[in-house]
Design a protein around this ligand. Structure first.
Ligand code: NDP
Length: 221
């Protein structure tokens, strides 16, 4: 029987790649998207319809409920939840507004809180489940000009650690993955200098080659 996995924000970037990998590994994936419907449909075609797509703004409770309800009605259970949807925000701390707070915190952190709340009753009932939160190195070490982003990811790690303890007796694992810098749209606004500085911080210079990324970016434009 196929394992049922929901991935939030799977139309692009990291979530899209996780979706492809899990479909190829034999999972039934429900790939959530919000703005990028064209990308989600393209992904579905690429995978010969072996993936389900569902539009939902996961920063809103009613949308989160709809996504989980759709999955349970169609597949009857949820084995894995991957909270991946996220946005970045580069701003001076003093320029941040309450609207920025709502947008970043709701998209990056509240979404994970609400998704976890909606899926856990089914996982607890099954006495089985796995939740993976995609946080970030910036949640651990902090990033200048990204206070809200760093805060949201640190919050995600707090959610992960507390929930892991609370759900362990029900045989549900909760973990965070904190990626470093990955070549996605999220980093498109970084300058060449910032990209090179980031490379400097990686002792082995593995997985992140600023020169290659800058070249790829120029070719795409
Ligand atoms: P992208 O910008 O490439 O993709 C973001 C994804 O999130 C898109 O699929 C987008 O969907 C989705 N999304 C955004 N807002 C919402 C929303 N309200 N409801 C549903 N989906 C939403 O970013 P990445 O792939 O780089 O990032 C994925 C995750 O990884 C994020 O949580 C990010 O913080 C984290 N991360 C990324 C790093 C990097 O260097 N790239 C490093 C560390 C962590 P749509 O376009 O359909 O709206």
């Amino acid at each position: 029987m196929k394992k049922i996995v929901i991935i939030t924000g799977a139309s692009r970037g990291i979530g899209r790649q996780i979706a492809k990998t899990l479909v190829n590994e034999g999972f039934q994936v429900i790939a959530n998207y919000y703005n990028s419907e064209d990308k989600a449909i393209e992904l579905q075609k690429e995978l010969d319809n072996n993936i389900d797509i569902f539009k939902a703004d996961v920063s809103k409770r009613e949308n989160v409920r709809a996504l989980v309800k759709y999955t349970l009605n169609k597949y009857g259970r949820i084995d894995v939840l991957i909270n991946n949807a996220g946005i970045s925000e580069y701003k001076m701390f003093t320029d941040e507004t309450d609207e920025d707070w709502d947008r970043v915190i709701n998209t990056n952190l509240y979404s994970a809180f609400a998704m976890c709340q909606e899926v856990t009753p089914n996982m607890v009932h099954n006495k089985s489940g796995c939740i993976i939160n995609i946080s970030s190195i910036w949640g651990i070490v902090g990033s200048s000009l990204e206070v809200l982003y760093s805060l949201s990811k640190a919050g995600m790690d707090g959610l992960t650690k507390a929930l892991a303890k609370e759900l362990a007796p029900s045989n549900i694992r909760v973990n965070s993955i904190a990626p470093g810098v990955i070549n996605t749209n999220m980093n498109k606004n970084l300058s060449e200098k910032e990209l090179r500085d980031l490379e400097e911080e990686i002792p082995l210079r593995k997985n992140w080659n600023a020169r290659r990324y800058i070249k790829m970016r120029k070719m795409a434009n």
